[in-house]
Structures are given as structure tokens and as C-alpha cells.
Design a protein around this ligand. Sequence first.
Ligand SMILES: *Cc1c(COP(=O)(O)O)cnc(C)c1O
Length: 385
Amino acid sequence: MTPALPLPGIVAPIQMVDLKNQYLRIKPAIDAAIQECLDTTAFIKGPQVGAFEQRLAQYLDVKHVISCANGTDALQLGMMALDLRPGDEVIVPAFTYVATAEVIALLGLKPVMVDVDPATFTLTRESIEKALSPRTRLVVPVHLFGQCADMAEITSVCQQHGLAIIEDTAQAVGATYTFRDGTTKAAGAMGDLGTTSFFPSKNLGCFGDGGAVYTNQDELAHKVKMIGNHGQARKYVHETIGVNSRLDTIQAAILLEKLKHLDSYTQARQQVARRYDEAFRNVEAIQTPYRNPDSTHVFHQYTLKVPANKRDGLKAYLSEKKIPSMIYYPIPLNAQKAYQGVGRVVGDLSVTQDLCQRVISLPMHTELSDDQITYITETVIDYFA
Ligand SMILES: *Cc1c(COP(=O)(O)O)cnc(C)c1O
């Protein structure tokens, strides 16, 4: 017998992401960290910035972490450091957040939009191979929703063709990937460069904007750092044209505190995912997230695939029952107005098209209570009953 639906009245309001309660749990430490920044007024390049970069580098087991203003800038700094030339082609998944492609276009490079794997929603060897041209220089795998793309295959095909890799790990901070020889690496530590975002709703979020670039290569680290600081290696000596992209000291101080909790945040998300999986196991219309056996999944999003003709109805039904949900992503990159005639589209992108019709992401954060999860799963099941 299934238990009766709890009354909405006894379930606390459900949010897609609950930043408030996450903050309240560590309020004293966060408030003290911010107060210290106010007391010292070292708002730019205060000691917390370097300390956070070091701590994150240790956590990821990567040689260099260079912080910057946001995850989009991180991609831009990384691409500028690779000395690409206008017209060079960069392979990106068509099923991703727009930031991945926009800096490519801004830098005069050509985004080449390719299809993704139907199970992991990430780039595959085949999609990269189909997209190759004499101008291909760079591949940007996106570890979408918190799970690594198949990096063994991707690094192998990129090595074979002399292509650089920038991993977009904005949604996968803390995920790891294990190669066939047993080596385990952090998302972002496998390509030439990795980038991430500390946007508040990301798995490691600050209280505003922030981002970082990772690399194991000294020369690239030096370039990224220089480009993010007006192209100067020394004050007022400008070696290249750069930009201004910094992580504020206050954000670094907050991130230093939150990084201590990242593993427990990840476990909380994985626990919610297990509860969702279990509840939906026998619902024929629902496909729960596939797990790549070579990667951990940190569940930036918990994304279901449902029949295309039921998806919008489910979203409306959930909304009626006060359960938020989101469609990541409703429109493929290549179909966006801004990208008409920009770059190149490879094949019919049938998987991407299908996903845009069928995906729906449920509330996923570190503060979901058992009652809330039960209410969400029973409401979803109710819709398909
Ligand atoms: C959030 C996100 C970005 C951009 O990060 P910002 O900090 O918002 O600039 C880039 N790529 C992906 C996949 C993202 O999810």
C-alpha cells in the first residue's frame, strides 16, 4: 500500500535550490569570514584568494588553480591562453549552457556544434570524429549535470589528432573519473585546462559571481594568470592584450569555508538522487539518470527523461502542486537565434533534439527533507498513474 500524500501544508515550501538554509547551517563561520574581509578592507587580491586557490588545487589534486570573475570568463581566459587563431574550430556539445559556445564566437573562433550521448548527455568519441576538419584545434567537453564525459575516449581521440581540451566543469565540481588503468582524476584535471563556476546555485557556490581555471601545465597557468590581469606579468608591463577578471576577496573567503563542506554537500545530493531513483524505479514512463560506471555523479541536476508528449504536462502539474522544476535545456545551441550562421552544425543532432523535448530536472539541493522528497516523488508518480 502506498502511503497517503502528505498534505502540502505540512511540507515546507520546496525550492529548486535552497541557498538560505544551506547558509544558515554555517552562518557563524561565513559571517566571521566576511567580517574579516571588512575589517582588513583587502577587497581585491586579499590573502583569502591565494589561500582558496591553493586549497582547491589540493582538493582537486591539480597543480594550478587560477581564480577569476565567473565561469564564462574562465572559459575565455583558457581559450585566450591557447593561442588559437581566428577561424580555428572548437568542438562543443549542442546540448549545453550557452556560455560554453559564446566565448568561442566572441574570440572569432568557430563553434562546431555536435550531438551528445543519449545516456550521459555528453560528448562522445564518435561525435568528435564526425566533426573533425583541418581547422579543428580544441574540444570542450561539458561534464553536464555533474557527471564526467567519457574522458578516456575523449583524451585518446584528441591526442590522436593533436587537439587541446578544455573541460567545462561548471556543473561537476567534485566529480571524479577513473581511467582503465585505475588512475582517478578530478573533473577538470584531465584536459589541458579545466574551468569552473562558483555561481551561487552551482555545487560549490559563492555569494555572487566567481570562477576558476585549472591546469597541470606551468606555462598555461602563467598565461591564464597574465591574461586575467590585463596581460601583465609585472605591474604596468603588458605582454599581451588581457582582460580584468578577478575573484573578490569576500567570495574567496566564503568559498574557503564552503569548500570544507563540499564532500558532505555532494553526499547529500547523491542521497537525494538515490531516493528519487528508488521511487521511480518501477514507473515505466520515467527514465532516471544513467550513471557512467567510470565517473562519480555529483548531481548538479537530477534530470529525468519522460515521453515528449507528457513533459510539459508534468511540469504544469508539479507547478500546480507547488513543486518547482526546470527544463535544462529547452533549445539546442544551434537553434538559438544568436547562433544562426555562427560556426558549424554536425549531423542532425537527433539526440540533442530529443533531449530538449523530454528532459525535466527536479529540485536538487543539500537541504531537501525526507518529507519534501516523498511529496515530490509521490506527486510525480501520481501524474503518471
Ligand atoms: C554555469 C555554467 C557556465 C558559466 O558560469 P558563470 O559563472 O555563470 O559564467 C558555463 N558552463 C556551464 C556548463 C555552466 O553550467
